[in-house]
Design a protein around this ligand. Structure first.
Ligand code: SF4
Length: 536
């Protein structure tokens, strides 16, 4: 039984806690899982609480409890569930109405036996009994909207830590609250101390294990920039080839700035997310105009360039200029959350900023070599050892002796992601219109999805065979025959195209389209992958 293991793993700090642990273990022997239910015959049962602090750990979020007539922490009955942490999080959210309540760790912070006086609930008399209470530390962003749960609480409020005794009428709880807050702060300190020890293990590991990648041959900011932009959303093995080809075509910032859009798009074809290529070209022009084609060695100046965000600026500044600027991407966030056993939603900007600030403390102000190597070492660890979507390779990890999630067995459930809203589904009818050896293409609008890219003519709706022919006619193509039809899907970040591709041979090359041979399409026109799926 999981509940028993969790209690066994708990290390008591005081004699009182030791006795509580023994009592609960002996009751578990007698009652087993019944102890998770509130009608357990022994007069005691499990409850789970959350001590909620803000990020700065100066305030605690409490609720004014109708039964106790006092401000107290959040919590509730296990009600059969032995995932105590999940119960504590659920109760914290329900009682304060916050969307986010992130455990500071999976560790139990306190086990206490708490008396509950006789009371009435929903018209039913409840006799005095005991709670075997399991407590976790949670953090909630202080900017989050809060509201009490009407049937249980009359208020929810952020209380300064030093004022807990003023609002808490249950005097026996005050030392417990203080104890748990103190343990949360100790845990935060332990996380920071552990992080501080990482570089001395990570740096030598990187020097021995770094992969030989084409963009690691020098510290030219243009090279690092191109590789970092390509590596966003794309695998290293795929990027290698593109990177070499791209540099031979656009060897420096000037060459990229001078190239026309279509040539850059063609070089990018197949990598997807074409806005990255467009922004690179805009940034190259800006670099030529404002900085004589050189990269400014300044984090904020780099972030001011099109398409360069905190991550790319951090990577270029630390790797090329030796600045103490971490590069926090998905890989690094994953490593960080596992190392510290952080349950924060990694998509939140506030979380990224906090991770940046924590990692920056590891970067020496006076050793540029270490700064660049540390950035690459964290990236390398995330890409090759602390991998996503499955079991990380902890046995070969240089940080496994420090890693908190490895120690607590939670690495595989981290990092925590924000719940995704389902992708919008869009039906699209895509036309392969041919006239002899020529294919019709047209340009997409200069804004929105695949802005400015070449595409096959299409309409965003499912059409019947008759409507398809009518559409081709309306475009002035004189459709002769509908030859075949295929179904394909293409997934973008926020939407999915459910495409029907239809092949129509035409009697006329309508002037509203450009008409190109297959050879011309292959050599000079970048056609996004979604349409390539139909063309192939
Ligand atoms: Fe990741 Fe495992 Fe290393 Fe921790 S020990 S950082 S979970 S690979």
């Amino acid at each position: 039984m999981n509940a028993k293991k969790q209690i066994l793993d708990y290390v008591p700090h005081t004699e009182e806690e030791s006795q509580a642990k023994q009592t609960i273990l002996s009751q578990l022997e007698i009652y087993g899982r019944n102890l998770l239910e509130r009608d357990c015959p022994g007069g005691a049962h499990f409850t789970c609480s959350g001590m909620i602090l803000d990020e700065q750990m100066t305030h605690t979020l409490m609720v004014h409890h109708n039964i106790y007539q006092s401000f107290s922490w959040t919590g509730g009955h296990a009600d059969g569930d032995d995932d105590f942490l999940a119960v504590a999080v659920r109760e914290a959210k329900e009682e304060t109405n916050v969307r986010i309540a992130e455990p500071i760790s999976s560790r139990i912070l306190s086990i206490d036996i708490l008396p509950v006086k006789a009371h009435e609930k929903n018209g039913k008399a409840i006799a005095a009994h005991l709670h075997y209470n399991i407590t976790y530390g949670l953090t909630v962003p202080k900017t989050m909207k809060i509201a009490p749960k009407p049937d249980e609480n009359s208020a929810a409020a952020w209380i300064p830590i030093e004022k807990i005794a003023e609002v808490c009428k249950e005097t026996h709880m005050i030392p417990i609250y203080k104890k748990v807050i103190c343990r949360m702060k100790e845990l935060r300190l332990a996380q920071e101390t552990m992080l501080a020890s990482c570089p001395e293990l990570l740096l030598p590991w990187y020097r021995e294990n770094a992969r030989d990648l084409p963009w690691r041959k020098d510290k030219n900011p243009y090279h690092v920039w191109v590789s970092e932009v390509m590596l966003q959303q794309t695998r290293v093995e795929v990027v290698k080839e593109y990177y070499i080809r791209f540099l031979s075509q656009f060897p420096d910032v000037y060459a990229l700035a001078a190239a026309d859009d279509d040539t850059v798009h063609k070089a990018w074809e197949g990598l997807g997310y074409y806005s990255r290529a467009r922004n690179m070209q805009k940034a190259a022009k800006e670099l030529c105009r404002r900085y004589d084609g050189c990269f400014p060695a300044d984090y904020d100046a780099l972030r001011g360039l099109p398409g360069i965000g905190n991550y790319t600026a951090g990577a270029v500044c630390s790797i090329c200029f030796g600045a103490p600027t971490p590069a926090v991407d998905g890989n690094v966030l994953r490593v960080f959350m596992r190392l510290t056993e952080g349950f924060h939603e990694i998509e939140r900007d506030a979380v990224r900023l906090r991770v940046f600030a924590s990692l920056q403390k590891l970067y020496p102000a006076d050793n540029g070599d270490v700064c660049g190597t540390l950035t690459q070492a964290f990236m390398e660890l995330g890409a090759t050892v602390c991998i996503p979507n499955g079991k990380p390779h902890c046995t070969v990890c240089p940080l496994h002796t420090l890693c908190m999630s490895h120690k607590n067995g939670t690495a595989e459930s981290l990092p925590v992601h924000k719940e995704k809203s389902p992708r919008k589904q869009v039906d699209v009818t895509v036309f392969v219109l041919t006239c002899g050896e020529y294919y019709a293409i047209c340009r997409r609008p200069m804004y929105g999805l695949l802005a400015g890219m070449w595409e096959l003519p299409n309409v965003e709706q499912a059409l019947s065979a008759q409507e398809q022919l009518q559409q081709a006619k309306d475009w002035g193509c004189q459709p002769l025959s509908l030859e075949k039809s295929v179904s394909r899907t293409h997934i973008f970040t926020h939407l999915q195209w459910n495409m029907t591709g239809i092949y129509i041979s035409c009697g006329k090359m309508s002037p509203i389209f450009e008409w190109k041979t297959q050879e011309e399409l292959a050599s000079s026109y970048a056609i996004p992958t979604a349409f390539q799926k139909i063309l192939r």
